[in-house]
Design a protein around this ligand. Structure first.
Ligand code: FAD
Length: 564
């Protein structure tokens, strides 16, 4: 869309918050970066210490911690104590949603000690881990063994528990689906203090399918068993520049991972990793990767790029160079590749520390990057937090892949945010209706990327400050997000709940399927113990009336009893 076609936006007067955001880098350099680095160092020692312990010892500690949680849950008095949630401080989570439910009355459970890898079973290719194990920790553990989780979410600090109960995606999701699709079992403490193991086959299979996207409102997850895959030490990455309209960019992106003959399960035709970056309304770079051996990477003429070093250019800027130099190929160490966007927080780092991509900063202080999202949140205060809701966008739109072009046009019109991240993922047709399901009848349309058992979706990630805000014009972030949500409901799309949502309860349940979730809430007596997922995700501080209503809810139908 050209500037002449865009709606005219009035100029906006600058307030002190604009200055606070602009000069936030001072606080970040003096306070946030040193604390982040110290925190990471302590976490590294804790992790190394845990790796030294025998599996037996880690299991013993796990059992003791589970026992403590069960004891506390049994001691809860529903008539006096609030609804249950974890004791994790709201600012620690990576998500942008305001954890407003923690400002209301609630009954906390400390799960902070659930941070160990319990077992790596090479024979069955399964890792059993506790929920606070994060992505950086798990890749440090498994990649040197030539193994990896099938879906490794990008940022080091994202946790297993959050990626299962919330949502999790990476460049391999076009093969394996979302993070929860790679799990084979969940160990959950239910409202009555029972510890159960839910799998896709056993008596708790309904719970197994209801856990993803439930935001911890069915039970407390204390361990998960996750599929492992064998990986090569390098990723051979191809960067392909593309120019054209947004629809043409979308087509070029879909062509990188959807063979035109529909042979979607053929590893020779479908790469191991895919992502697209749209830099403007006419330019993008599509990337695809394949695992490679050391011998291949080191062959004469091949270029190895160890992008994990602190002084290396930021990944999104490095990829953008393909627009000038043309298509190129390089080999990146696998772990560096998994965490390629960590150092610059995708491109949000550019807003927080505008000069941190410069040569001198990268060499001098790059080793301290990134500032932890948690500490950025902890030091921002309500004014900056609200500024980010109103004049900044962090949203993911999970759209059917054949609608990516339309989603890009929508985002260009309403948000004017670039770069835009594109990452495909399979949406499986499960034996039970989970909160998110493919479009009815998608199997018969024969669209690129689809198979009889899964529809291909794409995460259209819109993160940054809109251009109009940079130009000093008005931007109403709340209205734009409302429009986006309406567009998404109309187009069978899903909005991950880590982001700020403006949905009211009726529209929330138009976007997500409540049937299995509500059945499990009743059957496992979560109602009255755990808050409902809408109440938990809803924006804004809860009033005393809402808190009381939520606490007073009781299970009306005992599905467990009916099924007996
Ligand atoms: C800058 C940035 C980058 C991001 N990058 C990615 C990315 O690359 N890939 C990706 O998939 N996502 C990404 N996200 C979004 C992220 O996926 C979500 O925030 C996600 O749900 C995990 O974050 P977390 O580990 O902090 O979980 P949390 O926010 O702590 O948890 C998510 C939900 O799960 C619940 N929960 C957590 N643990 C338990 C438990 N043990 N028992 C019961 N309930 C539990 C929590 O209560 C909460 O409702 C990004 C977000 C930001 C802001």
């Amino acid at each position: 869309m050209s500037d002449l076609e865009r709606p005219l936006r009035p100029k906006r007067a600058r307030s002190w918050v604009d200055w606070a955001v602009q000069f936030r880098w001072i606080l970040v350099i003096l306070v946030v970066l040193p604390i982040s680095k110290s925190f990471d160092t302590v976490a590294w020692f804790r992790e190394t210490w845990s790796a030294w312990k025998s599996e037996k010892k880690r299991q013993k500690e796990h059992d003791e911690n589970v026992e403590k949680v069960i004891k506390r849950l049994k001691a809860r008095d529903p008539s006096k104590d609030g609804l249950v949630c974890t004791a994790r401080r709201p600012w620690i989570a990576v998500g942008m949603r305001n954890v407003d439910y923690k400002r209301a009355r609630h009954f906390e459970f400390d799960l902070n000690d659930f941070n160990q890898v319990l077992e790596v079973d090479r024979e069955n290719m399964i890792a059993r881990v506790e929920p606070l194990v994060n992505m950086g920790q798990i890749t440090r553990y498994t990649v040197p063994m030539g193994l990896s989780l099938a879906v490794v979410a990008e940022l080091d600090d994202l946790t297993v528990g959050g990626l299962i109960n919330g949502y999790g995606i990476e460049g391999s999701s076009h093969i394996y689906g979302l993070f929860a699709d790679t799990c084979v079992a969940y160990e959950i403490i239910l409202s009555d203090g029972r510890l159960v193991r839910a799998t896709a086959e056993n008596e708790y299979k309904d719970l197994f399918y209801a856990i993803p996207w439930s935001q911890g409102t069915l039970g407390l997850l204390v361990a998960a068993e996750i599929k492992l895959i064998e990986v090569g030490p390098y990723m051979k990455v191809t960067y392909k520049p593309v120019r054209g309209t947004l629809q043409e960019l979308a087509q070029a992106y879909n062509d990188t991972y959807c063979p035109r003959d529909g042979d979607q399960d053929n590893p020779a035709k479908v790469p191991d990793f895919v992502e697209g970056m749209v830099y403007s309304e006419t330019e993008g770079v599509m990337m695809y990767g394949r695992y490679a051996s050391k011998e291949e990477a080191k062959r004469k003429g091949n270029k190895i790029n160890e992008i994990g070093w602190w002084f290396k250019p930021w990944f999104y800027q490095h990829a953008e160079t393909a627009l000038k130099r043309g298509e190129f190929v390089e080999y990146i160490p696998t772990r560096d590749y998994y965490h390629r966007h960590t150092r610059c927080l995708y491109w949000e780092g550019k807003l927080i520390l505008p000069f941190a991509d410069q040569f001198w900063f990268r060499y001098l202080l790059g080793w301290m990057m990134p500032p932890k999202v948690s500490f950025l949140k902890a030091t921002q205060g309500d004014a900056i937090r609200n500024y980010y809701h109103e004049r900044h966008v962090i949203q993911d739109m999970l759209v059917p892949s054949y609608k990516v072009g339309d989603a890009l046009e929508f985002s260009d019109r309403e948000f004017e945010v670039y770069p835009v991240w594109l990452c495909p993922h399979r949406l499986f047709k499960h034996p039970m209706r989970t909160q998110i399901n493919p479009e009815p009848g998608f199997e018969y349309a024969g669209r690129p990327g689809d198979t009889p058992y899964a529809q291909m979706y794409t995460d259209v990630g819109v993160y940054y400050t809109p251009r109009c805000v940079f130009k000093g014009e008005e931007f109403d972030g709340v209205a734009a997000v409302k429009k986006m949500e309406a567009w998404m409901i109309e187009n069978h799309c899903f909005q991950p709940q880590y982001a700020v949502s403006e949905l009211n309860e009726r529209d929330f349940w138009r976007m997500f399927d409540p049937s299995l979730y509500n059945r499990c809430r009743d059957k496992y007596k979560a109602v009255g113990t755990f808050m409902s997922v809408y109440y938990k995700c809803k924006k804004g501080k809860k009033s005393e009336k809402e808190v009381a209503e939520e606490e007073a809810k009781v299970t009306e139908t005992g599905y467990a009893d009916v099924e007996k």
